[in-house]
Design a binder for this molecule. Structure first.
Ligand code: ZN
Length: 72
C-alpha cells in the first residue's frame, strides 16, 4: 500500500507514491528526507517520515493507518 504525506502548508493529505508491503516495513524503514509540491496548494512541503502516514487495507476490509515516527 502507499503512503500519504501531510502537507505542512494546507494540512491536507496527498499520495506520495512511496510504497511499502506492510505497516511493519513502513515503521522499520528509513525514508530519506525530501520535499515535494503539494497537489492541493502547490506549495513545497517536506516529505519526512514524521509527516507520512501508511494506509493498509486488511483482509477483512478495514483500513489501518500507521503514523510515521521521527527517528533522528
Ligand atoms: Zn498543501
Amino acid at each position: 500500500m502507499t503512503t500519504y504525506a501531510h502537507c505542512q502548508r494546507c494540512g491536507r493529505w496527498f499520495k506520495t507514491g512511496i510504497r511499502f508491503a506492510t505497516a511493519e516495513a513502513f515503521e522499520n524503514s528509513k525514508i530519506k528526507a525530501t520535499s515535494r509540491a503539494c497537489p492541493f496548494c502547490k506549495k513545497v512541503t517536506p516529505i519526512e517520515k514524521q509527516y507520512l502516514r501508511f494506509d493498509e487495507i486488511r483482509i477483512d476490509g478495514r483500513i489501518t493507518h500507521t503514523e510515521g515516527k521521527y527517528f533522528p
